[in-house]
Design a protein around this ligand. Sequence first.
Ligand code: RBF
Length: 164
Amino acid sequence: MATKNHNLSDYDINSVPNAKGMKIGIVVAEWNETITASLLNGAKETLIKHGVSLEDITVYTVPGSFELIYGAAQMVKTGVDAVIAIGCVIRGDTPHDRYICKGVTYGLAKLNEEQDVPVIYGLITTLDMQQAEDRAGGKMGNKGDECAVTAIKMIDFKRKINGI
Ligand code: RBF
């Protein structure tokens, strides 16, 4: 993937619809908490920058990234317009991280296919902590910003498809 120089916080501000009145659910994993907290902050700040009210952002935590699937599945039932799932899986000494990443990716993809609320993939999967820091407000930007913009665009997409 051509991500070498892609800054996750770079986007065309004019391409983002006004997000006033949009209700967003965010599910955040506690594993690698310093990273997921930065991703959460990025997402919230960007949502607010585009017009989402703080009261319209609901945040729940789950223990690890694997639990994001269940957390997001529950969150979609609460009446939010989109769900952002935030987690950070860092490569370890065993293949465990790969099973978690595959499971979460498959689980979130399945949720997107099977129900009506867009679920945004806010999982960063890195080889080490430095790469995670680089993508959580460091030199590669903040994946949380990218997720916020994606959530707004997908809500707008759904509204357009449904003629709203
Ligand atoms: N959860 C994460 O969100 N990120 C990780 O990097 C991560 N690494 C794990 C490594 C091991 C060896 C284990 C056992 C769990 C890890 N988890 C991680 C937690 C996982 O997502 C889930 O919460 C637990 O496996 C449930 O018991």
